[in-house]
Design a binder for this molecule. Structure first.
Ligand SMILES: Nc1ncnc2c1ncn2[C@@H]1O[C@H](COP(=O)(O)OP(=O)(O)OP(=O)(O)O)[C@@H](O)[C@H]1O
Ligand SMILES: [Mg+2]
Length: 238
């Protein structure tokens, strides 16, 4: 089994958290001790005397076990703006070392870590660091979430091109239908299948959409996570 996966997406609001928490929950039912990780979050509220972010809490809830908040989400900014701007507004800077230390701590606590990026692949994090640099520093395979809506073909193709050019290991894409209605959803999926080089690893249609059942493709856990094909985790055996 791999140590984790980095979930990026075609844009902000494309379904990264939806896919990541589904992945976490499904791995959990397979008996994998899986942790969620949201290294950088912009958009937070005060709870228990500190800023907390909804994505980080959703991933933690799906995983079923608690870790210290600063390990789950080392950088949490109040304003829902670009992370480097949110950091500047709080008078701080995002340091890669702190994120890597939190990731290492999660690795010691779990079999597998599902990391959710912020926004899309080239979102700046400050200085020369961006999401691409973070994913590469974590040395994790990348899963691209394609938010199924108008514009997704262009966003998906550009994202794939950039991920491949970075040298990261793109293990596939997952379609996530962010709104119940999308014209030509089926045809868009065919276009993505034909044009993206990476394989599709699942499609999560919107539950209120008319084509929910026919277009669903279950998440391919074995291929995303390197699970034993008989469905069991072989964590700890290698
Ligand atoms: N497959 C889906 N079915 C139903 N709702 C979905 C689906 N995918 C996304 N959504 C909804 O679309 C919205 C955006 O999704 P989500 O929060 O997962 O995006 P994100 O990429 O994580 O956004 P951010 O950049 O803010 O982290 C949410 O309200 C989510 O519940
Ligand atoms: Mg999210």
């Amino acid at each position: 089994m791999r140590t984790g996966v980095f979930v990026t997406g075609t844009d902000t609001g494309c379904g990264k958290t939806h896919v990541a928490q589904t992945l976490v929950a499904q791995l959990r039912t397979r008996g994998v001790k899986v942790a969620g990780f949201k290294p950088v979050a912009a958009g937070a509220f005060w709870r228990d005397g500190r800023l907390q972010n909804a994505d980080a809490l959703a991933l933690q809830a799906a995983s079923g076990f608690s870790v210290a908040y600063e390990t789950l989400n080392p950088y949490c900014f109040e304003q829902a703006v670009a992370p480097h701007l949110a950091a500047e507004a709080q008078g701080t800077a995002i340091r890669l070392e702190r994120i890597l230390a939190a990731y290492d701590a999660l690795c010691t606590l779990s079999d597998f870590v599902v990391v959710e990026g912020a926004g899309g692949w080239r979102v700046p994090l400050g200085g020369s660091l961006d999401i691409q640099g973070l994913a590469c520093a974590l040395r994790l395979p990348v899963l691209l979430v394609v938010g199924l809506r108008l514009g997704c073909l262009n966003h998906a193709l550009l994202s794939e091109q950039a991920i491949v050019a970075s040298g990261a290991d793109l293990i596939g894409w997952v379609g996530s239908q962010v709104e119940p209605e999308m014209d030509y959803l089926k045809e868009n999926l065919v276009a993505l299948d034909r044009r993206l080089m990476a394989p599709c690893r699942g499609v999560l249609p919107h539950p209120d959409g008319p084509e929910q059942v026919s277009l669903e493709r279950p998440l391919e856990l074995d291929d995303i996570c390197g699970l034993d094909p008989d469905g069991r985790s072989n964590a700890g055996m290698s």
